[in-house]
Design a protein around this ligand. Structure first.
Ligand SMILES: Cc1ncc(COP(=O)(O)O)c(C=O)c1O
Length: 390
């Protein structure tokens, strides 16, 4: 049996008629950016996340950059980010001329906790008399931290928000992989100063290309976001108080996402069912060295964008055997960000953030999604059993 990593075509078949009708409306209307479809999507996402404001934009990466820009973060500032995440989390900071300060992650949940946030501050920052935290070597001022709900698992927001408050910095949620997840303090994307979503095609709510959204409870931040995504132009279009980016979402994109959104909850349930199946079938392999992801704290706090196991010492050979057996599997992510060549000037080295480095060498994502029925789960588990056999 072959088990595919993704089943986007299965999602598409469920929404095809609705999607085509909406796409046809857009084409008939010939209004292609920031129109009716985008406004509808913004309304629906704001409602789903439980915030008054949601601003659609060009991608999850741009959502992060726009959120940082809306908080006035740029050159001379520092932002704490976990090292073990997708590149965009730190890339968005660096691309604005700010300094990413890398935090380690919890070794089992792979999310940053308040303890790791505090350890990063302790390691890299000094408190000035006026209460600002200043980077010891560069002089950059600590302005924010970005927490990532990695793989769809909600990070511990209550303690993180309390720590950020105490430090006097903003907390931004990178919820690119976690649409619909419930944190201990509200929906993912509703707790921090801003939440950033991605609609990259493979995400739990995947578009037909790139797209993103920033969610916020703050009306001033929302107003600034709306300006920043159109080059900083004031309403009317040609007066610029500040410099933004071209961060618009296209109407065809919003149309496809509007067609898919009503199915998201059911699709998330299927992901959870698949995850339960994996846990049941793989439990006894823990004795053979397989580490299952810890069970979510409460129902709904993990939306399983990925189901990621850890295989100490022999991850790559096990992955190869799985692939030879027809099971597609992936490594997210093989190199932590503090060791990326482009961040060499930040001065980290191997050994700086041990939990992130270890995770990068051990994680393996198994296929998950709406295409995974019982027989696919069984096939993956049987192959994994063979691959782990001595
Ligand atoms: C954790 C995380 N942050 C940010 C992004 C960036 O989103 P996008 O690809 O839509 O730019 C992604 C997804 O690719 C992601 O997984």
């Amino acid at each position: 049996v072959n088990v595919r990593f993704l089943g986007l075509d299965v999602e598409y078949r469920e929404v095809r008629d609705a999607a085509l009708a909406r796409v046809q409306d857009v084409l008939d209307g010939q209004a292609f950016v920031l129109g009716e479809q985008t406004r509808e999507l913004e309304k629906s996402i704001a409602l789903a996340v439980g915030v008054p404001h949601a601003l659609a934009c060009s991608s999850g990466s741009d959502a992060l950059a726009l959120a940082l820009m809306a908080l006035g973060i740029g050159a001379g500032d520092a932002v704490i980010v976990p090292s073990f995440t997708f590149f965009a989390t730190a890339g968005s900071v660096a691309r604005l001329g700010a300094r990413p300060a890398m935090a380690d992650v919890d070794p089992t949940t792979h999310t940053m906790t308040a303890a790791q946030l505090a350890a990063t501050v302790e390691r890299e920052f000094d408190r000035e008399a006026r209460g600002r935290w200043v980077h010891r070597h560069s002089g950059a001022e600590l302005r924010a931290a970005i927490v990532v709900h990695l793989y769809g698992r909600a990070a511990p927001m209550r303690e993180l928000a309390a720590s950020a408050d105490e430090l006097g910095i903003h907390l931004i949620e990178d919820a690119a992989q976690a649409i619909g997840a419930r944190t201990d303090s509200g929906a993912a994307g509703s707790v921090g100063k801003a939440g950033c979503l991605s609609f990259y095609p493979t995400k739990n709510l995947g578009g037909a290309g790139d797209g993103g959204m920033v969610t916020t409870r703050d009306a001033d931040v929302a107003k600034r976001l709306a300006r920043l995504r159109v080059h900083g132009a004031a309403p009317g279009g040609y007066q610029h108080e500040e410099i933004g980016i071209n961060g618009r979402m296209g109407e065809l994109q919003a149309a496809y996402l509007n067609a898919k959104l009503p199915r998201l909850q059911a699709w998330t349930e299927l992901r959870k069912t698949a995850a339960d199946g994996y846990r049941r079938e793989l439990k006894d392999l823990e004795a053979a060295g397989l580490c299952l992801p810890p069970a979510p704290a409460v129902d709904g706090s993990h939306v399983y964008h990925q189901f990621v196991v850890r295989i100490p010492r022999r991850r790559d050979s096990v992955a190869e055997r799985l692939r030879a057996d027809g099971i597609d599997c992936r490594v997210f992510y093989p190199l932590p960000l503090h060791l990326q060549p482009c961040f060499a000037s930040l001065g980290y080295h191997r050994g700086s953030l041990p939990a992130s480095e270890r995770a990068a060498g051990e994680v393996l994502a198994l296929p998950i999604g709406v295409h995974m029925g019982d027989s696919q789960i069984q096939a993956v588990c049987a192959a994994l059993r063979r691959a782990l056999a001595p």
